[in-house]
Design a protein around this ligand. Structure first.
Ligand code: ADP
Ligand code: MG
Length: 269
């Protein structure tokens, strides 16, 4: 039985931040694994051509593997590309392969270019019986606002923003919020920033505490109380094709992601 309540309907969250290296992918895979470990059914959609989320989940994503490219460009059903994660029950991944790098250009001339991922997700969810449907779909985005990220924003109902606890954390955030506002206005009125997670927190520095306080001031209802510490175990895990949840379950990184996932799940009712 699930340790945490299943949401009434699938929560579709885009993990976004226009900065690279702030912990988007790390947060996507670790929150996903943590939710899955609590008994929820979770799908990670890797829509970043770098395929880092696929790697971290131990998912084969060499060039010939059916991937999210086939879904957004060729219109293949998601079911054709979804793989079960080898190490974590209840966790699946739609991988990204290198050909996704070209999709940004190819999408431009396709019909319904902004909503192709949404169409695929909707069809997938409609084909699933209630007991087997995903509770969470987490979409890992590239750091740019190209058509792939727009597809993720159109498919999602929630935006999940990881913020690195460093000096320039809030810079670029207003641009992200403006872009989300544009998407709301023109493409997806449902979209809202529901969750903000402070990552790479260093309890020894005053700066980390200052940044966290400032973010909390701006987003009192969205910031999770749990902060993710800077941790070597977190950064090592992907090279073993694992999340920190299975790589080192008792580490501070694993425990903080598990706690953040519990908070996140509690906000679904
Ligand atoms: P993004 O997807 O936003 O580009 P990543 O999740 O790939 O960012 O993280 C960037 C780098 O920081 C990676 O090398 C990752 O392993 C490392 N990293 C992420 N979170 C942490 C953390 N809490 N502690 C230490 N290293 C981290
Ligand atoms: Mg990434």
């Amino acid at each position: 039985a699930a340790e945490v309540a299943r949401p009434a309907s699938t929560r579709i969250m885009t993990v976004a931040n226009q900065k690279g290296g702030v912990g988007k992918t790390t947060t996507t895979v670790n929150i996903a694994a943590a939710l899955a470990q609590k008994g929820l059914r979770v799908l990670v959609i890797d829509i970043d051509p770098q395929g880092n989320a696929s790697t971290a989940l131990g998912i084969d994503h060499h060039a010939e593997v059916p991937s999210i490219y086939d879904v957004v460009v060729d219109g293949d059903p998601l079911a054709k590309v979804i793989q079960a994660c080898p190490d974590v029950a209840n966790l699946w991944c739609a991988p990204a392969t290198i050909d996704l790098a070209g999709a940004e250009i190819e999408l431009v001339s396709l019909v319904a270019r902004e909503s192709r991922l949404k169409t695929a997700i909707t069809a997938q969810l409609q084909s699933m019986a209630d007991e087997e449907r995903f509770d969470y779909i987490l979409i890992d985005c590239p750091p740019s606002l190209g058509l792939l990220t727009v597809n993720a924003f159109v498919a999602a109902t929630e935006v999940f923003i990881p913020i690195q606890c460093e000096y320039y954390a809030l810079e670029g955030l207003s641009q992200l919020l403006n872009n989300i506002e544009l998407i709301r206005k023109h493409l997806n009125p449902e979209l809202a920033v529901s969750t903000i997670l402070m990552t790479m927190y260093d309890a020894r520095t005053r700066l980390s505490a200052q940044v966290a306080a400032e973010v909390r001031e701006h987003f009192p209802n969205q910031v999770l109380k749990t902060r993710i510490p800077r941790s070597v175990r977190i950064s090592e895990a992907p090279s073993f094709g694992q999340t920190v949840i299975t790589y080192d379950p008792s580490s501070s990184g694993a425990l903080s992601y598990l706690e953040a996932a519990t908070e996140l799940a509690a906000a679904s009712s």
